[in-house]
Design a protein around this ligand. Structure first.
Ligand code: ZN
Length: 314
């Protein structure tokens, strides 16, 4: 068992003024056993998972681990420094840029470095936030024996498990170039965890993230303990759901009739939309039966703006 970590930095490159661009790396290694990678904040303004990692490290300090656990708490340091999703000098989404290129642009060098660290592990968990949401896991398309391994693994997480968008949207969003997308193709058990929060730590989600990570480390055999279901947030226990998005047909301010985790039937009211004069302008209704996964925390939408993420039968 290993309770102490080695903390260090992996050099990606340097900025114009010579400041090194590095990734912080926390490494526990007992010498033998399963190997597990946790990365947070590839989207620089998604930080809740880092606080879940604080709790995880407190736990490991007392229990120790068997095997190897590598944590990169900030995978996008440039975005993190400026509290933005991407990196300030590019408009690119780093989580659509795997496996990267060690001799490419700065963005590609960052994802190449993360891939070179994470691919040394059997399990790869990429922690994000989805704003005003229930904590959930997203599983990219996968087939065969790896699919059953991923299903068995995610079932232990204690939070809602959803499949990714339907095929066309998945392709349009270029999600096959996300870290879990690339890792699954390489035969790893890989997934995305989405916690609450946007541009700050969602404290209500921190525990859920901690319990989820702890459950997965137990399932993979790195720590001992009893699996626990998250009770601080709703959990959709039914299987076979995927995520889908609802967009607003008009601009305005939203007043929601539902909260994340709510079960909705087709045509149930999700939100009313008011114009800037305060007049009721329209309504958004559920296109199909499902569960509310996340809502637009800003309340502000243009035509085509994001209104809600729904879990629907796959
Ligand atoms: Zn994200």
């Amino acid at each position: 068992m290993k309770a102490e970590a080695v903390e260090g930095e992996e050099v990606v490159g340097e900025m114009a003024d010579g400041t090194p661009l590095t990734l912080p790396v926390i490494e526990y290694d007992s010498g033998s056993g399963p190997s597990f990678f946790v990365g947070c904040t590839i989207h620089g303004d998604e930080v809740t998972g880092q606080a879940s990692v604080w709790k995880l490290r407190d736990l490991i300090a007392s229990t120790g681990i068997r095997g190897r656990l590598t944590i990169v708490p900030v995978m996008n340091p440039l975005g993190f420094n400026y509290n933005v999703r991407g990196i300030p000098i590019a408009t690119i989404d780093l989580n659509r840029l795997y496996p990267g290129d060690p001799e490419g642009s700065l963005s590609e060098r960052i994802t190449a470095k993360i891939w070179s660290i994470s691919r040394q592990h059997e399990y790869i968990v990429d922690v994000h936030t989805a704003g005003w949401c229930i904590p959930h896991i997203l599983v990219d398309p996968v087939g065969g024996e790896l699919k059953s391994r991923v299903e068995e693994f995610t079932a232990a997480s204690g939070i809602t498990v959803l499949q990714e968008y339907e095929e066309e949207r998945y392709r349009l969003q270029n999600l096959a170039a996300s870290l879990p997308g690339v890792a699954l193709k390489d035969g790893k058990v890989a997934l995305t965890v989405e916690l609450g929060g946007f541009k700050g730590i969602d404290w209500a989600s921190v525990d859920a993230g901690f319990i989820c990570l702890r459950n997965m480390l137990i399932k993979a055999g790195l720590i001992k303990g009893r699996l626990e279901v998250v009770t601080s947030a709703p959990v959709i226990s039914e299987k076979g759901y995927r995520r889908t998005s609802i967009f607003s047909t008009m601009g305005g301010l939203l007043r929601y009739e539902v909260v994340p985790g709510a079960k909705v039937r087709r045509d149930d009211m999700i939100a009313e939309i008011r114009d800037v004069y305060g007049r009721l302008k329209g309504e958004a209704r559920a296109p199909t039966d499902g569960y509310i996964v996340s809502l637009n925390a800003t309340s502000v939408v243009p035509s085509g703006g994001h209104l809600a993420e729904l879990a629907v039968t796959a």
